[in-house]
Design a binder for this molecule. Structure first.
Ligand code: XMP
Length: 305
């Protein structure tokens, strides 16, 4: 990549040329990719950019509040409370690809409504280079690549960070003075907590995964993993007080990686693992067991689905 400052100038110029006097929408996810794409587009066209954030119920703890704060300077920001609609669509769905599909479809419906209301002609996306590679190889269906453009009748798609790797996007984020929380955030998958829940996604499993992810992110911070989170695997037996209970099994995953294509399970200190275990079981009455995932990628993927 050229120097971040040069990249920013060129990206802004390109967006202005492409969008002209029209309006554009972008789906904000809270991740660094869409945040950088939104900031570049906002610099380029101001309030003619309408950033849309859909709360799917599968977002990180405190995500919606943090989005409102981070993007408070964009008066055109729209926040859609869609949790109940996502959970209703996900009822009974257990197949991983089906889950992604359901989430992708619902996301499109929510986003399409907002785009139409806003009268936007262009779609800005935070697609980065590895997304395009994995999509072309069809390793997994990434709902932030493909899908949207076919459904909404946009005049054009604008992808300002399409040729960058994740670490380059972070460099640009820093150069744009996006708060540290955005610049240094771990990558978060498009389908959200759903790919960290093996089996049915319900408000209950989503909440267990959300709390587990929050605890793991906090407790591993000083070990600087590339990505770290908790996942809900299913149920197993445990003891609470004098009773045997059937509670959730949470897997803790912390990996080192450059770009997510390959990864190594991180060697965390025992006391860190124990603190994670004690907080997750303490903060969730219905978690019976916490395990640590020691598998690299390959053969495992980073996420569980
Ligand atoms: P896997 O699990 O395939 O993940 O080893 C590699 C990287 O991609 C992220 N990931 C996704 N990102 N939509 C996304 O935007 C998705 O469907 C998706 N699935 C995985 C994952 O978090 C990791 O950083």
């Amino acid at each position: 990549m050229v120097e971040p400052e040069t990249f920013i100038e060129e990206a802004i110029e390109e967006i202005r040329e492409q969008v002209g006097d029209e309006k554009a929408v972008i789906a904000l996810s809270g991740g660094v990719d869409s945040s950088v794409a939104a900031a570049l587009a906002y610099e380029a066209i101001g309030d003619r950019l309408i950033p849309v954030y859909v709360d799917t119920g599968l977002m990180r703890k405190g995500e919606t509040e943090s989005i409102r704060e981070t993007f408070a300077f964009m008066e055109s920001l729209r926040v859609v409370e869609a949790q109940d609609r996502f959970f209703a669509e996900l009822e009974g769905v257990t197949d991983p690809e089906e889950k992604r599909h359901v989430i992708g479809e619902q996301f499109i419906r929510e986003f399409e409504r907002e785009a139409k209301e806003a009268g936007a002609d262009y779609l800005v996306q935070g697609t980065i280079y590895p997304d395009r590679i994995e999509s072309e190889g069809n390793i997994k269906s990434h709902h932030n690549v493909g899908g949207l453009p076919d459904v909404v009748d946009f005049e054009g798609i604008v992808e300002p960070v399409r040729d960058l790797y994740k670490d380059e996007v972070r460099e640009v984020a820093r150069a744009l003075d996006l708060e540290d929380v955005v610049a240094e955030r771990m990558p978060f998958p498009g389908p959200g907590l759903a790919v960290r829940i093996v089996g049915e996604v319900t408000p209950e499993t989503a909440e267990v995964a959300r709390v587990a992810c929050h605890v793991v992110e906090e407790e591993t911070e000083k070990h600087d993993p590339w990505q770290a989170f908790g996942a809900v695997l299913g149920k197993a037996t445990g003891v609470k007080g004098d009773n045997r209970v059937h509670g959730w099994v949470v897997a803790v995953r912390s990996v080192e990686s450059r770009d997510g294509m390959t990864a190594r399970a991180q060697e965390l200190p025992w006391e860190t693992l124990q603190r994670i275990q004690s907080r997750i079981t303490g903060e969730n009455d219905n978690v019976a067991r916490v395990v640590y995932d020691v598998t690299h990628k390959p053969p495992a993927t980073i996420e569980y689905e």
